[in-house]
Design a protein around this ligand. Structure first.
Ligand SMILES: Nc1ncnc2c1ncn2[C@@H]1O[C@H](COP(=O)(O)OP(=O)(O)OP(=O)(O)O)[C@@H](O)[C@H]1O
Ligand SMILES: [Mg+2]
Length: 370
């Protein structure tokens, strides 16, 4: 078997003057659940549509299980697709909707019956086989769409924001179900979302995209704790990005000057003394309740408090007058505006980025090129 389920090599898609996807290289492992996360218009759907065979790349190659797919039409690719609006056939029953792809593939009737029954039980809709889509809830329709995509035993499952039409509660339970089904079937899955909590909760790896490019491709914890670029730092969670200067050190133990004081960072990269860096301090990583004086410590004055139940979001300023935002767990009462306090942050959570690492090195994708 090929080492990778899907490979993109230098894939680019241009619509007239608009570059939707720029020089994308990506290897997806067999059985992996990989999410594309990024803002509207960054090229997520275009990428998936090229893998599905609904769009032809302007340049580059797409391989599925080692086989070049560029010129293979969609009906000859064994791919399961679920889009945001499900697109169920309204005048067919649940059973007929799910059986459609098997009939199209000339599967024998007895096998169709068996496979549809299996997949209906997998998505827990055994009792609904004879209903029409209009007689189902949004979550049930979503499960029919998923069942229809996986009944053909696809090499690849492509999901474009499949949960976005559901309300918040249903969305959360469906994401657990979807993940369970993916684990049980082991189908390599590419999942688009612009919801960071969905991507963090479900993925083996996340491809963070901006302007047609993958900015970072890593496990959820790495993307969150070790953002590769300023874009990634800003896009996930709440981060404070500050200019800093490397003082001295070695990989794993750096000292950096920032906000008028020296910070310790475990950055594993090689920096030159005097290098300008962007220091990333996540709002969620400050220890407000039990500061530990052996760590990086900074004195702050609270300016504004948003009480959130178990935690609070604080806007504060340093003695130098720089603004910082932070989250703190809340005991009986949150801190109030005007409070002065010291907070700490672990050197592991002091991330250093090259200054200006986000500046585009070519024509700006998503924008007309000159
Ligand atoms: N058929 C098309 N013709 C021209 N431009 C297109 C076409 N399809 C997409 N684009 C452009 O390509 C870029 C990427 O679009 P795409 O649909 O891939 O974004 P997306 O990341 O899926 O966004 P969203 O989160 O809003 O769905 C956008 O600038 C979009 O306007
Ligand atoms: Mg899209």
């Amino acid at each position: 078997m090929a080492e990778f389920s899907v490979e993109l090599k230098g894939v680019r898609k241009q619509y007239g003057q608009v570059v939707a996807v720029e020089a994308m290289d990506l290897s997806v492992r067999e059985g992996e659940f990989l999410s594309f996360l990024g803002p509207s218009g960054c090229g997520k759907t275009t990428t998936l549509r090229m893998i599905a065979g609904l769009e032809t790349p302007t340049a580059g190659d797409i391989l599925v299980r080692g086989k070049r797919m560029n010129d293979i039409p969609i009906h000859r690719r064994n791919i399961g697709l679920v889009f945001q609006n499900y697109a169920l056939f309204p005048h067919r029953t649940v059973y007929q909707n799910i059986a459609f792809g098997l009939r199209y593939r000339k599967c024998p009737k007895a096998e169709i019956e068996r496979r549809v029954a299996d997949v209906l039980s997998l998505v827990q809709l055994d009792a609904m086989a004879q209903r029409y889509p209009a007689e189902l809830s949004g979550g049930q329709q979503q499960r029919v769409a998923l069942a229809r995509a996986i009944v053909i035993r696809p090499d690849l499952l492509l999901l474009d924001e499949p949960l976005s039409a559901l309300d918040a509660n249903l969305r959360e339970s469906m994401r657990i179900e979807l993940k369970q089904i993916q684990r049980e079937t082991g189908i390599t899955t590419l999942f688009i979302t612009h919801d960071q909590s969905e991507a963090l909760a479900m993925s083996d790896r996340i491809a963070v995209m901006s302007q047609g490019r993958v900015q970072q491709l890593d496990a959820p914890q790495t993307v969150y704790n070790r953002p590769a670029t300023e874009f990634c730092a800003r896009f996930l969670g709440n981060a404070n990005l500050m200019p800093g200067t490397v003082v001295q050190g070695e990989p794993g133990a750096w000292q950096v000057h920032c906000l008028g004081q020296t910070w310790h960072s475990t950055s594993d990269r090689i920096w030159e003394a005097g290098a300008s860096v962007t220091v990333v301090l996540r709002a969620e990583h400050f220890n407000v309740a039990e500061p530990d004086a052996s760590l990086n410590t900074i004195s702050l004055t609270i300016d504004h408090v948003d009480y959130l139940g178990t935690s609070a979001h604080y806007l504060a300023h340093t003695d130098n007058g720089e603004q910082l935002e932070l989250f703190g767990s809340v005991g009986r009462t949150p801190l109030t505006a005007g409070t002065r306090l010291s907070v700490t942050i672990n050197p592991e959570h002091v991330v250093l980025l090259e200054d200006g690492a986000d500046s585009p090195d070519a024509a700006t994708p998503g924008q007309p090129s000159p």
